[in-house]
Design a protein around this ligand. Structure first.
Ligand SMILES: Cc1cc2nc3c(=O)[nH]c(=O)nc-3n(C[C@H](O)[C@H](O)[C@H](O)COP(=O)(O)OP(=O)(O)OC[C@H]3O[C@@H](n4cnc5c(N)ncnc54)[C@H](O)[C@@H]3O)c2cc1C
Length: 359
């Protein structure tokens, strides 16, 4: 372990999905990198734990359809470099209120995705464990990415390119000076010309007084794991139900179900890990009605943090020596390898994607 005052090109703060991807991309471009993570690998206090997140091309916004295309190609490349499959293409279906299957299918086809528009009877024939009442769009490129495996692979590849990786090492303070930033950790003081802050729900407090940010709201989200009564197949599902927006996806032997809506507001420092009984009841009622292929009693449950921006766009931009990489609002995981490239572009002095820019 290197100790003491070390002068490096780039420090990365946080080794969730965003910071791991940044550590990999920046060190691959030949910079000296030290990456700091406050907790151990696989910890459950942030946003990136567990073995499954939805990957999808299906957005109703052309910017994200395009970015998911770039991200998909980078996931395949990362899987080849890591020697393991990190993205499994199960197909993804969207249906219900606000999903606009006809428009979604048109938009996807305009971007080269072979989307299918299905009537509810055909969709029910393909996925008997799911109930459909209206048109359904199938995104054949959709699937599931494995966050814990991805982080392990990204960190391993970054270390192979020379990055110093420090787990259980919170960055205590960051002080800008004329040539970069001085970072204090319990293993010593470091100096970096640029710092990539990929601190998820901790980003606001960490950058307070250093970089003006848009309002970031941290919420405690809860997900429930149900056992399928038959083997499936299970695609990923996004459903605008009468009053709820829900998503479901296969994770190991289970189907994970969650609501895409803000849970209780909290902070990363003060959050607790309790599951709201009313949310559990809603998940069970939903499973009973809409996912008849599942046993409607959850086998397990867990909590996770969302960091929301007002418009659900990411914040990925640079101010002085600080690159801010805050890709959440509940949909950042699918972009992971692309997030690393965007952070590395900012380190290299390239401009941000306009929609992700600090105002
Ligand atoms: C329940 C749930 C379901 C989701 N489903 C999907 C999905 O299906 N598809 C999708 O695309 N996205 C999904 N997301 C969103 C996605 O998981 C997040 O966008 C992504 O995990 C954000 O990663 P991150 O690296 O920004 O944050 P985090 O994973 O929270 O990482 C930040 C890290 O910074 C560390 N840190 C903080 N402060 C310091 C410090 N001072 N020093 C050192 N380290 C520090 C923290 O310990 C943490 O490990 C979901 C999120 C949740 C919570």
């Amino acid at each position: 372990m290197i100790r003491g005052m070390d002068d490096i090109d780039v420090a990365i703060v946080g080794l969730g999905l965003a910071g791991s991807a940044a550590a990999r991309a920046v060190s691959r471009r030949g910079r000296s990198v030290a990456a700091f993570e406050a907790y151990g690998p696989g910890h459950r206090r942030g946003s990136s734990h567990g073995r499954a997140r939805i990957f999808r091309r299906a957005y109703l916004d052309p910017l994200y359809v395009e970015l998911t295309g770039r991200a998909g190609r980078l996931w395949e490349e990362l899987g080849e470099q890591a020697g393991e499959r990190l993205l499994t293409r199960t197909g993804g279906v969207d249906h219900g209120r606000g999903r606009e299957p006809e428009r979604m299918a048109r938009l996807l086809r305009d971007h080269g995705v072979a989307a299918e528009l299905l009537d509810p009877a055909e969709a029910a024939r393909r996925w008997p464990g799911i109930r459909f009442t209206g048109p359904v769009v199938l995104d054949p490129e959709g699937g599931v990415v494995d966050p814990e495996a991805a982080i392990a692979a990204l960190v391993r590849l970054a270390a192979e390119d020379g990055a110093h990786i420090a787990y259980d090492t919170p960055v205590r303070t960051m002080e800008p000076d004329s040539t970069g930033v001085r970072l204090r950790t319990d293993e010593g003081t470091w100096h970096a010309r640029t710092v990539v802050v990929a601190a998820g729900g901790w980003t606001g407090p960490l950058l307070d007084g250093l970089v003006p940010l848009p309002p970031l709201t941290v919420t405690r989200q809860q997900v429930f794991f149900f056992a399928p009564e038959d083997a499936g197949p299970w695609p990923t599902v996004v459903h605008g139900e009468t009053s709820l927006d829900l998503y479901a996806l296969p994770e190991g032997p289970y189907v994970k179900l969650g609501e895409h809506a803000p849970g209780p507001v909290t902070t990363a420092a003060d959050r607790d890990f309790t599951v709201d009984p009313a949310a559990r009841e809603r998940a069970m009622a939903y499973a009973r009605t809409w996912l008849p292929g599942l046993d409607p009693v959850p086998r397990s449950e867990l909590t996770c943090l969302y960091t929301w921006t007002p418009d659900e766009d990411f914040v990925i931009d640079r101010r002085g020596p600080f690159v801010v990489c805050s890709p959440c609002s509940g949909h950042g995981a699918k972009f992971t390898p692309l997030l690393g490239e965007l952070a590395a572009d900012l380190v290299d002095g390239r401009p941000p994607i306009d929609r992700f820019a600090l105002r």
